[in-house]
Structures are given as C-alpha cells and as structure tokens.
Design a protein around this ligand. Structure first.
Ligand code: IPM
Ligand code: MG
Length: 361
C-alpha cells in the first residue's frame, strides 16, 4: 500500500521528533511492504518565516490531498520570538487552530497510558497506580472558547477583553458519539466532564450527552465537574476509561493526564473528522528550550504515527508493531532524559528513533 502522508515538522523540537517518526514509518514500510511518500507542509512559525502567515490556503489544499498528516509541534518562546510581535491572528498557534477548523478535525483523541516500565517516572504514589492505567481523553477540538468571537476594547479608559464560549447540540452530539463508540471497544465507560454547575454550554453538553447515551446501553455514562476531574486524575486515574470533554477542558486535562503517565513526551494524539483523514501529533508543545539539542523524546510522535496507521490506513498489525517496539525499547532500558531513572541507559532523540525502528519486526 502507498501511504500518502503530509508532514508538518513545525517549530522547536518539531523537526527532530518528526524525523524519528518518519524513520519508524519507513521501517514499517520495509517490514510490511508499504511505501510512504511524504509531502512537506509548512505551519506555524516555519510558515511565518516563509510566507508571513502561519498557514496558507495552499497548505490547506495540499493537506487535504494527503491521506493523513503527521505533525511535530508549532510555536516558540513568546518572550523572545519575533513571531509573538505579530497580531494574535498571525501567530503560530492561530495556524494550528485554523488547520484543525479547515479540515473539520473535531475529534481529538489523547490516550494516556502508564507503561509499567515507566512507573518510576510517574509522580504519583505507587499504590495509586498499581497495575497501571489506560485512559483516553476525547477532546472536542473545533468549537468552544478557542473558536468563539474575541475582542479587546477600551471602555472609559479601561481595557476589557471578551472571549465567547458557544456549543450547539450538533457539535456536542457528534463528539459524544465518537466517545461512546470508542468506549464500546474499550472498557465501556464514558466520563463526561463539564462545568454544569455554572455554565449554560455545559448544561446543554450534559443534556445532549445523556440523549446520545441512550443509543449505547452497554456503555456506562457518568458526569463529572471539571474541577473534580482535575483532582480525580491525580487521586485515582484508574477509575477512567474514556473522558469526554469540551475543547478548553480537554486541553488542560490532557496535559495533566500526560504528566501522570510520567512525561508529556509520551502522549500521542489523533485529530479526526468524519472521514478516514486525520492529523496526528504529540500532545506536547514545541519545547523551544531544548530544541536542536537532540534530547527531545520522540515517543509521543512515534505513537502518533502508530495511531495514524490504525485510524487512517486501517493497518492494525503495523500499528501494533510500532506500539510493541516502543514497549520493548523501554523494557530494554533505553530512556530519553525526560523519563530517565537510575540504572537505565540515557539516549538522545535520534538514537531513540533508531532503537524503536530496529525493534519493528
Ligand atoms: C494542544 C495545544 C494547542 C491547543 C495550542 C498550541 C493552540 O496546547 O494541542 O493542546 O490548545 O489546542
Ligand atoms: Mg495543550
């Protein structure tokens, strides 16, 4: 099979980690008899440097022509990078939001799994994570606060900023269905997270999620307020199977969940629309402080590539092989600095990619 993959290396550690994921994909191609063709796409700061804007219409069209897009990360250090002297709508993050919207990638899946080999990197007490945990955050990605109208105005000499949070029932229904579908294939539990004790958008969220739940008698639904969820994630992460939530809550909770797994460098993600197309990226940021040093953890990007094989190409065997290779490399004691612990072998970004590629059989 020929895999026609768009590649957004992006900014910061993006180019380094994507290079490793491509290495692993090429190896998958060799072993399983596929060819990967890559189309390089510019997004974020890398696009600003060339085109003056973080995303061009041409890039959107090129992305649409691919079967799937693999991405690194975008953005820089807001205190020092010239990108952040541009108006907000021209900064790197605006490009990422725009491509998600343009491709209608409303369903963002962020799995947080504690590998038994990384128990030591998990900051929680051992008794809380005995036996590991495996949860999936289903984050709504194209609505809510990040896409609402916003403005800053001066009223009687006082600056006032507005951001609006809107959800309609169609947006809620389609993401809720995705969450129930996935939960049905996992442990059959959806925890819908909202702030229904305060927000109207959350009250509608709850109502629609309850309607959708009726079509899934085998999946258990529970509701949880977002502040409580933030606490429960560090108190008892094992209670969760699928966490379904709106855009901003999902952004925040997924960073928290990643840390509970040991490092944000381990958290993959898939952003999907109604078709087989998807954008696959690590959940972490561009980490400008370590960019170019060859120390970034490429595992989240490699696991994102595995999600791409599974969801966009239906190549389950290949995806399993990548995930198994990651586990085996960890078992063999190799670690990047963010997950390093005593007695293990510390290696850099590119060596981690080499090791994982070697373990693909
Ligand atoms: C993420 C990131 C982005 C988001 C930023 C860079 C706009 O934090 O993918 O979680 O908030 O969605
Ligand atoms: Mg985030």
């Amino acid at each position: 099979m020929n895999l026609n993959i768009g590649v957004i290396k992006g900014d910061g550690i993006g180019p380094e980690i994507v290079t490793e994921a491509m290495k692993v994909l090429d190896r998958v191609g060799e072993v399983f008899g596929h060819t990967c063709s890559y189309e390089q796409l510019l997004l974020g700061g890398a696009s600003i440097d060339v085109h003056g804007v973080p995303l061009t219409d041409e890039t959107i069209e090129k992305a649409k022509a691919c079967d799937a897009v693999l991405m690194g990360s975008i953005g820089g250090d807001a205190r020092t990078s010239p990108w952040y002297r541009l108006e907000p709508s021209k900064r790197p993050e605006a490009g990422l939001l725009k491509i998600r919207k343009a491709l209608n990638l409303f369903a963002n899946l962020r799995p947080a799994v504690l590998y038994k080999e990384l128990k030591g990197a998990c900051p929680l007490k051992e008794e809380l994570t005995e036996g590991g945990f495996d949860l999936m955050i289903m984050r709504e990605l194209t609505g809510g606060l990040y896409f609402g109208e916003r403005k800053t105005v001066e009223k009687d000499g006082v600056l006032t900023a507005y951001d609006s949070l809107t959800y309609n029932e169609t947006e809620i229904r389609r993401i809720a269905k995705r969450a129930f579908d996935i939960a049905g294939k996992r442990r059959g539990k959806v925890t819908s997270v909202d702030k229904a004790n305060v927000l109207d958008s959350s009250r509608l969220w709850r109502k629609v999620v309850e309607e959708v739940a009726k079509d899934y008698p085998d999946v258990t639904l529970e509701h949880m307020l977002v502040d409580n969820c933030a606490m429960q994630l560090v108190k008892d992460p094992k209670q969760f199977d699928v966490i379904l939530t709106e855009n901003m809550f999902g952004d925040i909770l997924s960073d928290e969940a990643s840390m509970v797994t040991g490092s944000i460098g381990m958290l993959a993600s898939a952003s999907l629309n109604e078709t087989k197309f998807g954008l696959y990226e690590p959940s972490g940021g561009s980490a400008p402080d370590i960019a170019g040093k060859g120390v970034a953890n490429p595992i989240a990007t490699i696991l994102s590539a595995a999600m791409m094989l599974r969801f966009s190409f239906d190549l389950d065997r290949e995806a399993d092989a990548v995930e198994r290779a990651v586990a085996e490399v960890l078992q063999a004691g190799y670690r990047t600095i963010d997950i390093m612990s005593e007695g293990k072998t510390q290696i850099g970004t590119s060596e981690m990619g080499d090791r994982i590629a070697e373990f693909i059989r």
